[in-house]
Write a protein that binds this ligand. Structure first.
Ligand SMILES: [Zn+2]
Length: 360
């Protein structure tokens, strides 16, 4: 069977590289009309044209001859700060999500991964109660979550990274059939990513059927959920003294693994700090650098799944380049989707025999 050039894949790669049709035309020295005709499936490109496109998009030729890419129902994708995003950034992030699905499909074929164990809390409009219900269902009690990313993975959420060097894309999440996905921007602090994970978890359990989840109310709910899920009210109340200083906030934030600002916000919303105390604490925290970052912050969480997958593939002498080729992706895209998630590893484990493909 002769392979057919897939116009949808051309659009996908172009959007992923943040190019307009005109931009790609310029980069590939092809006319803009030709690009548009190719994407509309009006023309079949010759080999030389495909080579030019592949080169300027830095995608392997094989990418353009694969099956139709997964569509992502964009109304089901919840973005933070959508208003600040340009269409180009949004399209690029969505494109990353669609590529992530292809990597995920490959992963599911190779490995036995945890099934989804989330509950539907869409009836719940009180984020505090929703966070409590989910903690209860998972039997987490009220202690801090030692590893939020690991928790998501164990509960069947497929987590990928967004290596977007832009501050406007924090994270996004969506359901595909019965599988929940979360994409996290790795250019944030570890504390910020943990908060993003809990925020996206809220969308998955509270707003699954809400369609477009970018309303202000949904964002407020997701933030309320994240705050309550990461810093359970009873635990915080029982551990914080009556008079809270900035030094205490900084100490507390490492217990609950959140940013100092998120900690202060929670203490204020639990009425453990007055408006005035909260206000001056924020000013002081800002002065100490806690608005721009997290001085003395915690280490970034890593993905147990990707660590195991990469360790096993390493044992089998499969390189990341080979996986990239299997899924028809350029290595930088694969790297981007799992970048930072696997942590600074992966050392070959000579002792461990890759006998089992089971990850859980
Ligand atoms: Zn959100």
């Amino acid at each position: 069977m002769e392979l057919k050039f897939n116009p949808k894949r051309l659009s996908l790669a172009r959007q992923r590289r943040r190019l307009t049709g005109k931009g790609l035309a310029l980069a590939a020295s092809i006319s803009a009309v030709t690009i548009s005709r190719l994407e509309n499936d009006d023309n079949e490109p010759d080999e030389a044209t495909v080579a030019k496109l592949a080169l300027s998009l830095r995608y392997p030729v094989s990418f353009f001859y694969a099956d139709d890419p997964e569509e992502l129902d964009t109304t089901a994708v919840s973005f933070r700060s959508l208003t600040k995003m340009s269409a180009k950034e949004r399209d690029a992030a969505i494109a990353a999500g669609r590529l992530g699905l292809e990597v995920s499909d490959w992963l599911e074929r190779q490995f036995n991964l945890p099934a989804s164990d989330l509950i539907d809390l869409s009836y719940e409009t009180n984020p505090e109660a929703a966070a409590k219900a989910l903690r209860g269902y998972w039997g987490l009690g009220e202690r801090p979550i030692p590893n939020m990313l690991g928790l998501l993975e164990v509960k069947g959420v497929r987590v990928f990274s967004l290596s977007e060097a832009t501050r406007t894309v924090d994270a996004f999440s969506f359901w595909r059939d019965d599988r929940p996905f979360v994409f996290l921007n790795n250019f944030k602090t570890a504390e910020h990513s943990i908060y993003d994970s809990a925020h996206e978890l809220a969308h998955l359990v509270m707003h699954r059927h809400a369609g477009s989840q970018t309303s202000r109310a949904a964002e407020r709910e997701a933030n309320g959920f994240a705050s309550a899920f990461l810093m359970p009210a009873n635990d915080v109340r029982s551990r914080m003294p009556r008079f809270i200083t900035v030094d205490l906030i900084i100490k507390a934030k490492s217990r609950w693994r959140v940013s100092a600002m998120a900690m202060a916000y929670r203490l204020h919303s639990l009425e453990l700090m007055t408006d005035w105390q909260y206000k001056s604490a924020c000013i002081e925290l800002g002065r100490r650098g806690f608005r721009a970052g997290e001085p003395g912050g915690i280490e970034r969480e890593t993905s147990a799944i990707w660590r195991k997958v990469l360790a096993q593939l390493w044992n089998e002498r499969t390189t990341k380049h080979e996986i990239a080729a299997t899924v028809n992706l350029p290595p930088d895209e694969l790297e981007g989707l799992i970048w930072g998630l696997a942590g600074p590893m992966v050392r070959p484990d000579r002792a461990g025999k890759p006998t089992s493909l089971r990850i859980v």
